[in-house]
Design a protein around this ligand. Structure first.
Ligand code: S3P
Length: 418
């Protein structure tokens, strides 16, 4: 297999959600270029429109006239967040300060994911939050005036942290938020760009209330999580070299690349400039022989979405790879520990499942079989890297589910195969 060429990945999904939410609450007109074309980001724009935000049809460049921090309106219907946990959890934070009732629903996958982790801090701040199905959606938030919060979260989760920070912004109260390991910090960076005082000391964030948010002028950098699949493909190729341009190189997102380098991967991150408060640059990658590694709990937040991909690369590495401290994988779009291990085994790879991780023994034998994605985009794309290698014969049961984050994944990846 030869993998060669240059490509820009789609705009970062996490930054895109935040840009839509915060531009909607700003005072003045924001300009946003390069939004993620994913169905998850469409879910955020649909939900915000129902709340009265002035979001035009999404395209390469959009302008959003903010309604101001207090400008959201009672929605006409329940907010359907589709497959998107970020949409549900971050928007719940925003409406906690709104004096009306909002109900969040989602697709069957989102309806199985835990929401108590956001309900609890938002209740502490003064919102009334009910979960009608144990820990899960539907979730109803009756908002109002909020009190300051000093919260220590049991999980390292940027979605929980961002929900609380957004409640702090919307309710104009001070927030101190502590987590076990630092999670992605895009919300903090974007708020700082909008004139908010926010201090981040790794695993603690302190946010001061602000009267208004300045509008954004943002070119969303490419998604390092989407770029990772292309870099993995170049790593497994026999020849060629790949350059991925205009990628977000925020350290809270680039754990995959650090671990890949530790496995022996030939991957270089070239920082170029800061855009919208985020470091951006390009990534060069080419073939390398990989060796198994141990991935430790402190590394997990910075590689959380790439762990299925890392497991697929570990299946092609020399020796054993272990992943520990990753219980969060069980509550993603699917139970990604079960889904990864069962699919690898089905392809003839030795793999073992633990409560909070997995152990994989690499092989160079050809792989044959059908991958069950359970509708999970990251399972489809991770195993897609193995499926695109002509030495294997692998079918992906639902290739279309990649639209959740990277609709052009298959055509982008195939355009690099020479
Ligand atoms: C995200 C945070 C992570 C990540 C998800 C996107 C975000 O989830 O897995 O894909 O945009 O804040 P958690 O915060 O639940 O770890």
């Amino acid at each position: 297999m030869i993998v060669a060429g240059e490509l820009s990945p789609p705009g970062d999904k996490s930054i895109s959600h935040r840009a839509l939410l915060l531009a909607s609450l700003a005072t003045g007109c924001s300009r946003i270029r390069g939004l993620s074309p994913s169905s998850d980001v469409e879910s955020t724009s649909r939900v915000l429109r129902l709340l009265g935000a002035r979001i035009p049809e999404l395209s390469g460049e959009i302008f959003i006239e903010g309604v101001g921090i207090d400008g959201l309106k009672v929605p006409r219907s329940s907010l359907d967040c589709g497959n998107s946990g970020t949409t549900a959890r971050l928007t719940a934070g925003v409406v906690s300060a709104c004096a009306f009732r909002t109900t969040f629903i989602g697709d069957p996958s989102l309806s199985r994911r835990p929401m108590r982790r956001v309900a609890e801090p938002l209740r502490f701040m003064g919102a009334e939050v009910t979960l009608q199905n144990g820990d899960c959606l539907p979730m109803t938030v009756s908002g109002g005036s909020l009190r300051p919060i000093n919260w220590s979260s049991g999980v390292a989760s940027a979605q929980v942290k961002s929900a609380v920070l957004l409640a702090g912004i919307a309710g104009r109260v001070t927030v101190t938020f502590t987590e076990p390991h630092p999670s992605r910090d895009h919300t903090e960076r974007m708020l700082a760009q909008m004139g908010v005082t926010v201090r981040n000391t790794g695993n603690r964030v302190i946010l001061e209330p602000s009267d208004s948010l300045q509008p954004l002028d943002l070119h969303v950098p490419g998604d390092p999580s989407s770029a990772a699949y292309l870099v993995a493909l170049a790593t497994l190729a026999q020849r060629g070299s790949l350059t991925v341009r205009h990628v977000c190189l925020n350290e809270t997102r680039t754990g995959f690349y650090r671990i890949l380098a530790r496995m022996g991967g030939d991957v270089r991150l070239l920082s170029e400039r800061e855009e919208g408060g985020e470091p951006t640059g390009s990534i060069d990658a080419r073939h390398a022989s990989l060796a198994g590694v141990d991935v430790t709990p402190d590394e997990i937040p910075s590689v959380i979405d790439e762990l299925p991909l890392l497991a697929c690369l570990a299946a092609r590495a020399n020796g054993v790879t272990t992943i520990a401290g990753a219980a969060e994988l069980r509550v993603k779009e699917s139970d990604r520990i079960f889904q990864v291990v069962s699919n690898l085994r089905q392809l003839g790879v030795e793999a073992e499942e633990f409560a909070d991780g997995m152990r994989i023994t690499g092989t160079d034998a050809p792989m044959t079989g059908r991958v069950i994605t359970n509708g999970d985009h990251r399972i489809a794309m991770a195993f897609g890297v193995l499926a695109l290698d002509p030495r294997n014969s692998i079918e992906i049961d639902d290739p279309g589910c990649v639209a959740v984050s990277y609709p052009n994944y298959w055509s982008d990846a195939r355009s690099l195969l020479k």
